[in-house]
Write a protein that binds this ligand. Structure first.
Ligand code: GMT
Length: 378
């Protein structure tokens, strides 16, 4: 039996953070399945791209008023959800990142209930909304309450589910729905011209992509690369931007490797860069999943990661790469050199990385969300 298409509202951060990327890719995939998808945010999500069928974007712009030192975004977002739900006949709302979106989902649902409209909401927990920010006293009671009030709750890894259950008093079932990757977009390169722009023949490309926050411990990657470049010809591509960038630029100058480290800034087409990469590094302090590592693996790139949080559920030690204790630069250097030591070994890890990434293929994960939406609507 063909199931009817749904009208789905998606609330997310529109910037370069992982939760916004997951929300956007999910919305696009749902639209491709024939659902009507309405993104509600303060800026057009970065990965949304140009017009696509079944995808709509509703911008939230809280008004200015002299009384407001802080513009009341939460109130404006709630009002926008209520408006979209009523006029676009939303069936379900999916909010990504608990703060403040889960409590806003609750408010919108209750306002709509008072108007005779049902709008169940699903909250997806992504990581720092629990591990760093959510547990802070400034947010704790609201996060706990709004998780419990959600019609359905998902977490992107078993680690994050367990963390949430440890930190809060949760009565709801939390379903693990892992992040996903589109293997038709993230795939190994066939045209190596881009690689030649960064590296000369025989030089290996090491890459890291993030929002350059302290939690990513990019200094560990620079120190690992420092050890590697003494042994093999290689270049380090650092993609992204954020508060740590200036300090990292100073560090590579101090180490005398500035000519081998390229800061590429924020990039939209990360798949093109990953496709010409030989080894990816993600050595964070905390990581509930590590989407960039999965995207690298889909491109046939082995990963050196820390064993933080959900990262070890993604990168399998000794198979798709190596996973080491946080901050263990010595082992990370040895492991990276081992993966790249011979073409045969490198190819073995590359093939395994693709195989592991295929466990998270978007077509395997999308039905889990669709099933949850239909359950919440009942
Ligand atoms: O840390 C980031 O890059 C941003 C953050 C977010 O929520 O925007 O990412 C979290 O969600 C991603 C998507 O689910 C996960 O892949 C990241 O592991 C997670 N970050 C942390 O847990 C630090």
């Amino acid at each position: 039996m063909i199931k009817p298409a749904l009208n789905i509202g998606i609330v997310c951060y529109p910037t370069y953070g992982g939760s916004g990327v997951v929300a956007t890719e999910l919305g696009i995939a749902l639209a491709n399945e024939g659902h009507q998808v309405h993104f509600i945010s303060y800026k057009r999500p970065a990965r949304l791209g140009p017009y696509q069928s079944n995808v709509y974007y509703h911008e939230v712009s809280p008004m200015e008023y002299p009384l407001f030192d802080f513009k009341p975004y939460d109130t404006a977002l709630t009002s926008k959800i209520v408006d979209v739900a009523l006029h676009q006949q939303l069936d379900v709302l999916h909010v990504h990142y608990a703060i403040p979106h889960a409590i806003i989902g609750f408010l919108a649902r209750e306002i709509l209930r008072s108007k005779g409209k049902k709008l169940p909401f699903i909250t997806t927990l992504h990581g720092t909304d629990i591990t760093l920010v959510g547990i802070d006293g400034a947010f704790f009671p609201v996060v706990e309450f709004s998780i419990n009030q959600s019609d359905e709750v998902t977490a992107v890894s078993t680690y994050l589910k367990d963390k949430t259950l440890d930190a809060f008093s949760i009565q709801k079932n939390i379903q693990v729905v892992p992040n996903f990757v589109d293997l038709t977009r993230f795939k190994p390169a066939t045209d190596l011209r881009l690689k030649n722009r960064f590296a000369s023949d025989g030089e290996k490309i090491i890459c890291h992509i993030s929002n350059f926050r302290k939690v990513k411990r990019i200094g560990d990657i620079v120190h690992t690369f420092f050890g590697m470049q003494k042994q093999i010809p290689c270049k380090l591509l650092l993609v992204g931007d954020g508060p740590e960038r200036t300090g990292l630029e100073d560090l590579v100058r101090e180490l005398g490797i500035a000519h081998k480290v390229l800061f590429l800034g924020r990039q939209d087409a990360v798949e093109d860069i990953l496709a010409i990469t030989d080894l990816f590094m993600l050595t964070s302090d905390h990581e509930s999943f590590g989407l960039s590592a999965l995207e690298a693996m889909a491109c046939g790139v082995p990963v050196i990661s820390s064993d933080a949080g959900g990262l070890k559920e993604v990168n399998i030690h000794g198979f798709s790469g190596y996973s080491y204790p946080i901050g263990d630069i010595t082992q990370m250097t040895t492991g990276a050199l081992d993966i790249l030591s011979t073409p045969e070994k490198h190819n073995w890890f590359k093939a395994n990385a693709i195989q592991r990434a295929s466990d998270f293929e978007i077509n395997k994960i999308l039905p889990m969300y669709e099933k949850l939406y239909r359950k919440a609507i009942l």
